[in-house]
Design a protein around this ligand. Sequence first.
Ligand SMILES: N[C@@H](Cc1ccc(O)cc1)C(=O)O
Length: 415
Amino acid sequence: MADKLHIITQNLQEVLNEQIIKHVIEVEQRPLKIYWGTAPTGRPHCGYFVPMTKIAHFLQAGCHVKILLADLHAFLDNMKAPLDLVAYRVKYYERIVKSMLTSIGVPIDKLTFVIGSTYQLSEKYTMDIFRMSSLVTQNDAKRAGADVVKQVESPLLSGLIYPLMQALDEQHLDVDAQFGGVDQRKIFVLAEEYLPPLGYKKRAHLMNPMVPGLTQGGKMSSSDPNSKIDLLDNAKTLNKKIASAFCAPGVVEGNGLIAFVEYVLLPISKLSVTNIGDEKLLVEKEAKFFIDRPEKWGGPIEYSSIEQLKEDFASDKLSPQDLKQGISDALNKLLDPIREEFNNDPSFKELEAKAYPPPVVAKQAKKKEKVLGSKYLEAMEAKKKRETEKTPGVAATGDSVDEVAAKVIETTITE
Ligand SMILES: N[C@@H](Cc1ccc(O)cc1)C(=O)O
């Protein structure tokens, strides 16, 4: 049983109310009910392997895991997902998340996907938002969302509703615990404080660290295309991005590549599936990270612990180039089945195109730049302005800058 708790909490940065988890496992002796929420905004990238690895652990420990596809949250966060695209993005996220989990060897039959709007529009939930809005001050709601909701010059009311709903989701999804990045901490604390006065129980909160971007320092972000590796990037693009990634020799601290080995590649290599009767169970095997190092630099090497890798890197026994080689190889292996599924399934491709309409209109429009003249410039101004502030008309077009420009231009063309 101590084992289960260890599997559930390993590799996390922080756990709040661990006693709730212990009670469920040791006293109630039933599976822990836990959820992870994701707002379907930008395209999921390789950074998503970090929470996926934890979801694998939860399943390994026999938890009942729900994944919330928080469509309304994606809209409430500065309309990052406009309402006409969000349904497609929900489907795309579900497919890609399933595909990622399958790729890392996780049986997904024990996993439940829930779409936020399927219960968040009910009378009971709506009433709970109102009840909660009469307890939480505007200031507290604002602060709770500060690390999650996009911060703009003229903040919209929707950004205050967002954290309240995330807190209420714990009750309405009927879970014991919520899992998320440590960036969700302030919302988690809000939930702990305000669910009890509403007559609901306090939940446990599990947080994984923010793993720096694979290609640069800092958090992987879906809004900067160079800071992330898309799950559908081909091997050539991936290799190029990893090869040009920032990775100072000998520096372990803040090194996104090493963090990726620590939080994704090594833990994933430990997972193995066995069949017990009809049941597929995840069990642990020895961790392995293999680098096909050229003979002249010492030949192939295999790491079974991150400590050893860090030590070798810090003492220059392992070069950035060789580390990158190992990561490119491992990542390509993880992405291959996802790419294959995407390339062989027209419905997957169609979904992707609908969820993230290609910026062709913007390209066509660029050609028409001369014809359009000032209207194009206006569109570009609007695009720039949106980076610091939300203009409602423009914001409704999506979260990528290209998309915004495309839509503005599309409107000007069809006008
Ligand atoms: N806040 C989460 C998404 C989320 C939304 C609602 C929840 O109940 C949980 C999580 C994010 O930043 O992606």
